[in-house]
Design a protein around this ligand. Structure first.
Ligand code: GTQ
Ligand code: FE2
Length: 365
């Protein structure tokens, strides 16, 4: 049994003061000091969505729900975020499936989106009247407030990963959404026009004067991405990330989007990187190969199709577990936001030769 508290006159005065302060919507800094943490303490947790589970659920979704006004996209909720629409604190990843003959109604929103194509060739996303045709491994951008509709006129289903900055836009209270008046936006430019105009690695059109924060190149083809990875495979790369390449805005050399950077990384056969941590979160999609990422001492063993969420300031290191095959990871990161605000911080793990001790291994539910 708790001891009855001995209340002095001063205690009673202090308690009454706090009550009056709170009743007037004020709190003392002394009550909040624990929130000014010595370092980031994200609520999101490291997590993995294994492809075997994702695949069976998207297959079922294609039978269970039609494409109505909303897209048939499975939003990956981080178990640490209490039911928030978020995969990381700032980013959402989703897996979307579109069956032959389906069209997802044209709309636009302030959140910015990317698509990384998982399966199916020849479907399209139309962005502001330009059809961008998809093939596996392609990266397609949908900048903030651009109208977009998706269509699949092929004989096979198409599956892709969406990446959006929805949690960030929601916390900024800058969410706007609207449907287009028709199912599709009429084509005003040739298919893949942006690639024709801007899709040349080191050379670009001088007469295009408009320069927006979002890349004018809407399609980053897998063919070119793979070519770059192979051309650079004999370089040392980053000790923390292997051959890590960033998709670039062709006019600025900066990130493809103001709120999201997109990266592709090659972990060569047997390659094991060192651990570091940095501000900013990430979602990884395993393009191919098999390996493991250790996040704050927890090992996530991954293979093709798995999706992994990395919290801010979490120690992480990657390994390709195969001695003969490449492993390739695609990722979206909120790095440009941290950079724009002067909040990017990075630290390498120095002890134990830069490697974490594995304390546990992730097991899917
Ligand atoms: O395909 O336009 O996963 O608007 C979430 C919101 C996909 C889309 C998502 C979207 C879309
Ligand atoms: Fe959308």
């Amino acid at each position: 049994m708790a001891k009855p508290e001995m209340k002095t006159e001063a205690d009673a005065f202090r308690a009454a003061f706090h009550e009056r302060m709170h009743a007037n919507n004020m709190y003392g800094l002394w009550e909040l000091a624990s929130q000014m943490t010595a370092q980031p303490q994200p609520k999101m947790i490291p997590h993995m969505w294994p492809w075997s589970v994702t695949e069976s659920i998207i297959a079922e979704s294609a039978q269970a729900v039609p494409v109505g006004d909303e897209r048939r996209a499975l939003q990956l909720f981080n178990p640490g975020l209490g039911g928030r629409w978020a995969t990381t604190n700032n980013l959402i990843a989703a897996v979307q499936v579109l069956l032959p003959g389906e069209v997802a109604r044209a709309h636009r929103h302030t959140p910015t989106a990317i698509r990384f194509i998982i399966e199916g060739t020849g479907a399209y996303t139309a962005v502001d009247g330009e059809r961008v045709y998809m093939a596996p491994g392609d990266l397609i951008l949908t900048p903030s407030w651009s109208f977009h509709d998706h269509g699949n006129e092929t004989k096979d289903r198409v599956v892709w990963m969406d990446g959006l900055d929805i949690p960030l836009i929601a916390s900024l209270e800058a969410m706007f959404f609207q449907f287009y008046r028709a199912q599709r936006v009429p084509a005003t430019r040739p298919a893949n026009a942006s690639k024709q105009l801007h899709g040349h690695a080191h050379i670009g059109p001088t007469w295009v004067k408009e320069k927006s924060m979002a890349s004018p190149l809407l399609l980053y083809s897998w063919e070119q991405t793979l070519q770059a990875l192979n051309a650079l495979r004999d370089h040392e790369g980053s000790p923390f990330d292997g051959v890590l390449l960033e998709y670039r805005h062709p006019q600025t050399g900066g990130p493809v989007l103001p709120t999201m950077a997109c990266m592709i990384q090659l972990l060569r056969p047997g390659e094991r990187t060192k651990a570091h941590r940095h501000t900013g979160s990430a979602v990884y999609y395993v393009v191919n190969g098999a390996g493991a990422t250790i996040i704050d001492g927890q090992q996530f063993k991954w293979s093709k199709g798995d999706i992994v969420a990395l919290p801010p300031w979490a120690l992480h290191e990657h390994a390709n577990s195969s001695a003969n095959s490449d492993a390739v990871l695609f990722s979206i990161q909120d790095l440009p936001v941290l950079n724009a605000l002067g909040l990017y911080h990075e630290e390498a793990l120095t002890e134990n030769d830069g490697h974490q001790k594995v304390a546990s291994t992730f097991k899917p539910a």
